[in-house]
Design a protein around this ligand. Structure first.
Ligand SMILES: [Zn+2]
Length: 521
């Protein structure tokens, strides 16, 4: 067998001011064919697992380019087209192939392309023809469009949020691909549109039990090859934004549809119950000060570069300063200009510095003061599971008793090693402020005395009911809570695809967008 693999991924917050081009991919990961490191990054595990599978099977794996940029704003049009065409050119040169196994994110938006993954997959399909297996691992914070479903054979999404399972899901992807190529299974994808958008941390209930249930069904039902919840990505203002349920069966589309519907409705019934309890910066700092022991980890959850924001908000820092807190460390505040100034000043220097809150409204105010430059690290990296996440040239500064890490490559605070590589012992601090919505949880929960989810400022569109969407559909919860109106606008379709209003279900507004063959209706 000859199998082509490649990866092209980023997550686009269309509300973010941080537009990116090729340099953002080169800063995070740009690996030409064969140059991908041994450790996988979030969306490139299919390449690493593929190497092992190909070696075991004696198959030929043809590696294309792998490119990943940390989540940000709109992707430059030429950058997307160049990276896409680079991979498509490699695929053409690799022909004939038996399969194409890709790593994508699923929420990339480029200038002129609202559905980059749909565009890429359609072109892949055109190149390889209808009979070659095309399958993809994706991030659940993505948009599942009809165009993508039409172009690919099946998708596997990460199940966990935090995404601790990106390697496990790449193993699933390859296992199903191998079974397909060797003629043991025939994957058919069924998709149910939940008509909602929400946040689904799996580190807490009720999503924990739901994911456990999905894995139990996968283990126990031989017809079911894979189950995925596409959480959706509320910061991507695109027409098909929203939560979807994906069932991949072994040639059982009717059963797949029924199961997708059943599981999708279960999510819909629990809408609004999944998110973590959020407090504001005043409550968070007061609770942290009152805590008997540290480290209290405060997640500045919506200034998360992993969700595409700049990661330079100072709202929580201002609250720490207002309370004269000193036993605290902040990782990180993105400010390449300030890092450059610190680098020029050198370790040990005391300098006047303005840092933070330069990117956008709703991020607090820039901090002005005399800071001490404690430690400088070029090309700093933190751990992220089995992988490493770069955060660029970085400066550890002290300001009014608070240790602050300034970085120059935007990265969310995945792991406490972020602090230790900058010379700060994270376990010794009373308060740690991290920029992450939930990915931090997997590693910080091991050292934290307490974890507080803090919604500070407005750096991210975290309330879909209030977000000024222009392209996303309006008839999903909670953008509309008027389900009756939804029902009239979007009645059920019967199995022949004709509209009907006869279904007396409590969730009338649900709909299949895809037919028995897994293709859009
Ligand atoms: Zn994600």
């Amino acid at each position: 067998m000859r199998i082509f693999t490649a990866a092209l991924a980023t997550e686009t917050n269309t509300f973010s001011p941080i537009c990116i081009d090729r340099r953002a991919f080169e800063a995070s990961l740009y690996a030409p064919p064969g140059k991908h490191p041994e450790t996988p990054t979030l969306c490139t595990a299919p390449i690493i697992v593929g190497r092992r599978v190909a070696a075991e099977k004696g198959w030929q794996l043809i590696e294309g380019t792998a490119a990943w940029a940390d989540p940000a704003g709109l992707v430059n049009r030429q950058t997307y087209e160049e990276l896409r065409d680079e991979i498509l050119g490699q695929l053409r040169s690799a022909l004939p192939v038996d399969a194409v196994v890709l790593g994508l994110h699923g929420a990339m938006v480029a200038d002129g392309y609202e559905d980059t993954e749909g565009d890429l997959l359609t072109r892949v399909r055109e190149i390889v023809g209808p009979d070659v297996l095309v399958c993809v691992e994706l991030d659940p914070h993505s948009h599942l469009t009809a165009k993508r479903v039409a172009a690919a054979d099946f998708f596997v999404f990460f199940k966990e949020f935090p995404h601790t399972d990106f390697v496990d899901r790449a193993e699933d992807l390859w296992r199903i691909a191998v079974d397909t190529l060797e003629g043991r299974v025939r994957p058919v994808m069924s998709v149910f549109d939940c008509r909602m958008i929400d946040v689904f941390p799996t580190s807490r209930e009720p999503m924990r039990s739901f994911v456990d249930k999905l894995m139990r069904i996968e283990r126990e039902d031989p017809d079911v090859l894979s189950l995925s919840v596409v959480h959706g990505f509320m910061a991507g203002d695109v027409p098909e934004m929203g939560t979807k349920m994906v069932v991949v069966t072994d040639g059982r589309p009717k059963k797949g549809q029924a199961l997708a519907r059943e599981l999708g409705l279960e999510l819909f019934e629990r809408r609004g119950t999944f998110r973590m309890p959020e407090i504001d910066e005043r409550q968070a700092i007061a609770a942290a000060i009152a805590a008997p022991a540290g480290p209290v980890v405060i997640a500045d959850m919506w200034d998360n570069p992993g969700g595409g924001t700049a990661g330079d908000a100072t709202v929580v820092l201002e609250e720490l300063l207002a309370n004269s807190v000193t036993d605290a460390a902040i990782g990180t505040i993105w400010d390449p200009m300030a890092v450059q100034i610190c680098m020029a000043a050198g370790e040990g220097a005391e300098i006047p510095l303005r840092f933070g809150a330069k990117s956008a409204p709703g991020t607090g105010h820039p901090i002005d003061g005399v800071v001490r430059v404690v430690r400088l690290v070029r090309n700093a990296e933190m751990r992220f599971g089995e992988s490493f996440a770069p955060f660029g040239d970085a400066a550890h500064i002290q300001y009014r008793g608070i240790d602050i890490i300034l970085n120059s490559t935007r990265a969310q605070s995945f792991d406490p090693s972020l602090f230790s590589v900058m010379g700060i012992d994270p376990s010794a601090k009373k308060i740690l402020v991290v920029k992450s919505t939930n990915h931090f949880y997997a590693s910080y929960s091991k050292i934290a005395s307490q974890i507080l989810y803090c919604s500070a400022g407005t750096p991210y569109p975290n309330d879909p009911a209030k977000t000024p969407y222009r392209r996303a559909r309006r008839d999903i919860w909670p953008i509309t809570s008027d389900l009756h109106r939804c029902e009239l606008l979007e009645p059920m379709r019967n199995s022949a695809g004709q509209r009907t209003t006869s279904e007396p279900s409590a969730a009338h507004n649900q709909d299949f967008l895809y037919g028995d063959d897994g293709l859009p209706k």
